[in-house]
Design a protein around this ligand. Structure first.
Ligand code: SAM
Length: 284
C-alpha cells in the first residue's frame, strides 16, 4: 500500500529497501553549513532526528546504540579516565560515558553545533550530562582536533559519526585512524560505529584494513540491533593500540553502579560472538 504524506521514509539505495515511520508533524528543520537537520514527532518512535535524509536517533530505541557505543569499550579498557567522542552531537553517548564514575574527562567533538542544539530541544534526556563538570563540548572537525591532540593523552576514543559520506567520510580514513593511534595511550582503545554487517560488509572489511594500516593490533566487531538504520542490524568495531581486547572487566560490568536498558555483561559476551559469514569475510 503506498504511503501517504503522514510518513517519513528513508530509502536505502544500496540494498534497495526503505524504513518508514508514521509522523504526527515535523518539529525542527534547519540547515547548518554542514548538514540539514530535521526532527519529526512520530506516532510510535517518539522524536526522530534525521540528518541529510538519514535517520540518526529516536526516543524509542536510541539506548541500544548509545549503550553499545559506550559500555563495551569502557569495560574492556583497564582504567578509562580520559575519553574523546568524535561526532555524537546528540549527546547520548556522552551521557552513557559519564555514568562511569572513573571517567575524569570526556571531550565530545562534533563538527556541527546545530545537532546538539536540536537535541537539547527535542531529546533533553540525552543531554542531561552536558553540564557535568567532566564534560567538554567542542564544535570543530574531528580529524582536525585529533591531529592536534597530545600524543598518548587519551584512554578511549569513541567514533560516533554519521555514515561515510559528507563530513563523516574523513572519519573512516587511514589518516584519521593514524591520528587516533597517536593520541591514544599505549593501552588505549578505540570503537567506531561500523554500519550494517549485512549491507556494508565491504566497508567493514576496508575498516579492518585501515585499522591495520594505522598500526592498531587486535580488532573485533560488536553486533547489536538498530531498528531505524538500514537492515535493522548494526555494528561497532573495537581496536586496541597495543593492548588486547580480551581484558573484559566482567566483575565490574556485573556490579556497575548505574542502570542500563540493553547492555549487561552477558550482552557484552554475546555481542562479540562473530557470525559465520562475518568470520569468513573478515577472519578472526
Ligand atoms: N548514531 C548515528 C549513526 O550511526 O548514524 C550517529 C549520530 S551522531 C548525531 C553523528 C554526528 O557525527 C553528527 O552530529 C555529525 O555532525 C557528526 N560528524 C560528522 N562528521 C564529523 C566530523 N568530521 N567531525 C566531527 N563530527 C562529525
Amino acid at each position: 500500500m503506498p504511503l501517504d504524506d503522514n510518513w517519513f521514509s528513508e530509502q536505502h539505495a544500496g540494498i534497495g529497501s526503505a524504513w518508514s515511520a508514521r509522523i504526527k508533524k515535523k518539529v525542527f528543520d534547519q540547515r547548518s553549513p554542514y548538514q540539514h537537520v530535521e526532527v519529526y514527532d512520530t506516532e510510535g518512535f517518539g522524536k526522530l532526528m534525521v540528518i541529510d535524509g538519514c535517520t540518526m536517533v529516536s526516543t524509542l530505541e536510541n539506548f541500544l546504540y548509545h549503550e553499545m557505543m559506550a559500555h563495551p569499550v569502557l569495560f574492556t579498557h583497564p582504567d578509562p579516565r580520559r575519553v574523546a567522542i568524535i561526532g555524537g552531537g546528540d549527546c547520548g553517548t556522552l551521557r552513557e560515558v559519564l555514568r562511569h564514575p572513573g571517567v575524569e574527562h570526556c571531550t565530545q567533538i562534533d563538527i556541527d553545533e546545530l545537532v546538539t542544539r536540536a537535541s537539547e530541544l527535542h531529546f533533553p534526556e540525552l543531554c542531561e550530562a552536558n553540564d557535568d563538570p567532566r564534560a567538554e563540548l567542542l564544535f570543530i572537525d574531528g580529524i582536525q582536533w585529533m591531529q592536534q591532540a597530545e600524543a598518548g593523552s587519551l584512554d578511549v576514543i569513541i567514533v560516533d559519526s554519521t555514515d561515510p559520506v559528507g563530513p563523516g567520510e574523513v572519519l573512516f580514513s587511514t589518516e584519521f585512524l593514524t591520528a587516533c593511534q597517536r593520541a591514544l595511550a599505549p593501552d588505549g582503545l578505540i570503537v567506531q560505529q561500523s554500519e550494517s554487517p549485512l549491507a556494508h560488509l565491504d566497508l567493514i572489511q576496508a575498516m579492518y584494513a585501515r585499522f591495520g594500516s594505522a598500526g592498531f593490533g587486535d580488532t573485533r566487531t560488536l553486533f547489536f540491533p538498530q531498528p531505524i538504520y538500514p537492515t535493522g542490524w548494526w555494528s561497532a568495531t573495537l581496536a586496541g593500540r597495543h593492548g588486547s581486547l580480551q581484558h573484559f572487566r566482567e566483575a565490574d560490568a556485573r556490579s556497575k553502579p548505574f542502570e542500563t536498558r540493553y547492555y549487561n555483561a552477558d550482552i557484552h559476551h554475546a555481542a562479540l560472538v562473530q557470525p559465520e559469514f562475518f568470520r569468513k569475510a573478515i577472519g578472526g
